[in-house]
Design a protein. Sequence first.
Length: 267
Amino acid sequence: MLAAARHQAIVDAVQRDRIVRVSELAQQLGVSLMTVRRDIDLLEEAGQVERIHGGAKLPGDASTHEPGFELKSTQLTAEKSAIALEAASLVQEGMAVGLSAGTTTWALARELAAGPRITVVTNSVRIADLFYTDVPAGSNRARSTVILIGGERTPSDALVGPIATAALRQLHLDILFLGVHGMDAEAGFTTPNLQEAETNRAFMESARKVVVLADHTKWGTLGISTIARLDEADEVISDSGLGADAQRSLQEQVSRLRIAELAPAQA
């Protein structure tokens, strides 16, 4: 394949998928990893793509854009459900559990609402509501205790800011399940909202164990603000769509990487 044809194929892939990996492009184009890296460098100079660790993405791709909850909740539902089931297995009766705002943590909350009695600390109104609306009327099951942190509301329905941060710093959690906008080998876990990054850092400081929930599309996605380095998480739970390069990078920096397998009907 001629260089011009490769370049067009790479640009087309980036425009279609938003983020592409060097290893995947090399396999698709039938060339070496080095050739793809050189192609990406040339395309970056031309302003057609932006090079990231292990791949390329759309230039200036929405690092400050924060999609709303309604849109995100309809995306990758099978992957989020698989991640939620894996995460729920870490929760035991009597735990103090932190759930940051987000659609994957919301999926986990749906599992936990029917599970053991726990104390939930969250900055998501939607998550807090689940622990009441998902309990059948007349049920004898003891409700979990829910502590909703106050603050300013973001487009993704997170309550953030100094009120939320101050409250979190007074609490002690057994485990925190943290949703993120993106994760990257160099940038770490990121968010497009500066105040949410600060609130999530306070969440992490309050927890004995931090588990990040992130589907495979979060790898290589960059928000404007870093929440934490990859090695500051105890575990990451992702899905089987996570590429081999991403898995290796996470395994090198995170104590444990869990890959949630999709149910047969969802695969």
